[in-house]
Design a protein around this ligand. Structure first.
Ligand SMILES: [Zn+2]
Length: 453
């Protein structure tokens, strides 16, 4: 169905690697000057604080010498300040007239006020829509297709993806997730979408509902593919196989957190990461830092660290050295499956998911991922137990659901899991076993920690 992943815009494919870099650095110089000129109360102040000027930033290396200019907390403060001073929520880093914002999307604001990282001016919306349209064409989707559009993320997915669907001539069938799974799936029977846009946790949950509550084989829905975004997912081989087998079609991961690093996985049984196809939109895969010290890490195949994003052509509320909190592994080599030559990355987890056990750093997401190879002897659901808010744990305890019929074999199973985790993650957890279906299964974001404080 899909061949090689190609860059958007199409002209970017004609450039050599050196020319691509030159093109991006030219955009970088323009973008840095634009942000400086149009955000006197945010970006100009950040430059003054560190004693730099826009003219100092000629190359990507120069960019990486700047300190971190923003993160989620500072973005929230910037938005609170603009709301107070100017009566709009887009932040002091908004670089256009607030009246020229044509689209926005907020986060839920679970830890304070919501933020609006998906704020777009007309030109931004055009670029994003065209890149989403490009993604559809890579997947062989277009006129005549119908998208079952079901998101717990609400406004964001709508604001970022719907214009792209429109551009591709695809009919969106947006369904309110609050209807509940059965009525939503009834809508599928009536409207016959050809593919599905949603999140990983929803798909897993719906497989179960389809099979066990509705007596429907997911394959009978006849989807051409699933486009799942918003969280790490098809990088877990067992999960990818389970979902693809259930629906009888390919699962593609797509990604674009805070409108940075717009990327998709390719058509392969093995997972080769998210291919960053929007070639001249931002600098993100090339700016990876140590999540603790924020010092730049050398960009080479397999480097792991926190992604920092800088927009190259965004007009509304662009980012300049924005620490995303996303921990990624960057792959710089050519994709063995599709030959894509750009950056690819694998999402490892969130910076706040990192814990240190006896001097060893490990992500809760990596523990969760490793556990999946033991399904169905475990259900795959777990929590890392934390006795206090510190990321430093004196010992690692996992609350873990065993699989059906495993209650009397837990000692042996535990030993096997420890052996694998010791060699792959350098950790030796202890387990608190619980029966299947004990742990809550949220459909918005996986819960990886149990806080006992
Ligand atoms: Zn590929």
């Amino acid at each position: 169905m899909v061949g090689k992943i190609r860059f958007y815009p199409e002209s970017f494919n004609q450039l050599s690697a050196d020319e691509q870099r030159e093109h991006k650095e030219k955009l970088l110089r323009q973008s840095v000057q634009y942000m400086y000129d149009h955000s006197p109360e945010y970006y100009q102040l950040r430059f003054k604080e560190c004693g730099a000027e826009p003219g100092d930033i000629q190359t990507i290396e120069d960019l990486r010498k700047l300190p971190i200019f923003m993160d989620k907390d500072r973005e929230r403060q910037s938005m609170e300040a603009s709301l107070q001073k100017y009566g709009h929520p887009f932040g002091l880093h908004l670089c256009c007239d607030p009246a020229d914002v044509v689209s926005t999307g907020g986060t839920s604001g679970t830890t304070g006020h919501p933020t609006y990282p998906y704020t777009q001016a007309w030109e931004d919306r055009e670029y994003i829509a065209s890149s989403v349209d490009h993604m559809h064409r890579l997947l062989g989707l277009g006129r005549g297709d119908r998208a079952f559009f079901l998101y717990p993320l609400g406004v964001y997915a709508t604001s970022a993806v719907l214009p792209g669907l429109e551009k591709s001539g695809i009919l969106p069938l947006p369904i309110d997730i609050r209807l509940g799974p059965q009525p939503a799936l009834e809508m599928v029977k009536w409207t016959r979408p050809t593919f599905w846009y949603t999140g990983v946790a929803i798909v897993e949950f719906y497989i179960d509902i389809l099979r066990n509550k509705m007596g429907i084989d997911p394959r009978d829905l006849g989807f051409k593919c699933l486009l799942l975004g918003g969280e790490a997912g098809c990088g877990i081989p067992e999960l990818k196989k389970k979902v693809e087998d259930a629906f009888g079609c390919r699962w593609y991961d797509w990604w674009g957190p805070s409108l940075l690093n717009i990327a998709i996985s390719c058509n392969s049984d093995d997972y080769h990461g998210l291919h960053n196809f929007a070639g001249d939109w931002d600098i993100s895969s090339e700016d990876i830092v140590d999540p603790v010290t924020k010092e730049p890490l050398e960009i080479r195949d397999g480097v792991v660290g926190e992604m920092v994003g800088t927009h190259l052509r965004k007009k509304a509320a662009p980012y300049l050295r924005y620490a995303t909190g996303d921990i990624v592994e960057v792959l710089t080599s050519e994709c063995p499956a599709c030959g894509f030559k750009g950056y690819r990355l694998k999402v490892m987890g969130r910076a706040d998911d990192m814990i240190t056990v006896k001097g060893v750093n490990v992500f809760a997401g990596a523990i969760h991922k490793t556990l999946q190879q033991f399904v169905p002897r475990v259900t795959g659901h777990m929590r890392v137990v934390k006795e206090d808010p510190s990321a430093r744990l004196s010992s690692l305890v996992l609350r873990l659901e065993y699989g059906e019929g495993m209650a009397d074999q837990l000692e042996e199973l535990g030993k096997e899991i420890v052996q694998v985790m010791r060699s792959s993650l350098r950790i030796s957890p202890r387990f608190e076993w619980v029966p299947p279906e004990t742990l809550e299964r949220p459909i918005r974001k996986p819960i990886l920690f149990e806080k006992r404080y």
